[in-house]
Ligand binder design. Structure first.
Ligand code: F6R
Length: 241
């Protein structure tokens, strides 16, 4: 695990975007795994800037998002489909057919999950996976549990995640209780992983991720087993390591 401590969120976002752009330069057919949430917003803004400056070209890039709320339609303002269009896809030259986000509204979610992993496999696997981290150690929506799932699956969101994510909804009751997420195996099979964390609220989770014991009760700790993980932190997120 390589840990890089950056001065602030802006630096972190710039370095993360440079890593993505560098990877696309090395391989213009990159299969890129993406995250939503507050943390990668700055990275996406920087990628848009780089695209507009002619520094990165998404023509042949394929993306797979980590997760989507169950039951939120793609045009729901809090859906991850909506987030990705707003923060990245609407502003770059990625081909719509190369964008993959789980369909949380599928009438057959088991099949959707199975199909999603199949699509990742057919694309050749994920080359670079971007991750955020929950304060409870979740990555994607792999929540702390006695057992974790390997493949993409439907998950019950933890009370902590529902509470934390309620900041995006008008009321607590509106937060979906379930989501479709890539499994731990899907994530761990990515060739490279870049985990982003910013702010004091993530400091304890980061300490456990980089130096805690491995446990399914803290899914991000399993990243210590991966051979190519870079953790990008701002000073606050790094304050307990
Ligand atoms: C989102 C995702 C989640 C978030 C995590 C942190 O696609 O997979 O694991 O990365 O909840 O969210 P923020 O960045 O909002 O703190």
């Amino acid at each position: 695990m390589i840990v890089k401590i950056l001065e602030n969120y802006m630096e972190l976002s710039k370095i993360a975007a440079s890593m993505v752009a560098g990877e696309i330069k090395r391989n213009d057919k990159l299969v890129l795994g993406l995250a939503t949430g507050s943390t990668p917003e700055g990275m996406y803004a920087e990628l848009i800037r780089k695209f507009k400056a002619g520094e990165v070209d998404f023509t042949d890039v394929t993306t797979f998002n980590l997760d989507e709320y169950a039951s939120l339609a793609p045009d729901h303002p809090q859906s991850y489909h909506f987030f990705m269009n707003k923060h990245l896809f609407d502003h770059i030259n990625i081909k719509p057919e190369n964008i993959n986000i789980p369909d949380g509204c599928s009438s057959d979610l088991d099949h959707e999950c199975y199909e999603y992993d199949l699509r990742i496999e057919e694309a050749g696997g994920i080359g670079l996976q971007i991750l955020g981290i929950g304060t409870n150690g979740h990555i994607g929506f792999n929540e702390p549990a006695e057992m974790l799932c390997v493949h993409t699956h439907l998950v019950d969101l933890s009370d902590e995640t529902i509470k934390v994510n309620s900041r995006f909804f008008e009321s607590f009751d509106q937060v979906p209780r379930k989501a479709v997420t890539m499994g731990m195996g899907t994530i761990m099979h990515a060739e490279k992983i870049v985990l982003l964390a910013s702010g004091k609220s993530k400091a304890a989770a980061i300490r456990q991720t980089v130096s805690g014991g491995l446990t399914t009760a803290f899914p991000a700790s399993l990243l210590q087993l991966h051979k190519n993980v870079t953790v990008l932190l701002d000073r606050e997120a790094a304050s307990l390591i």
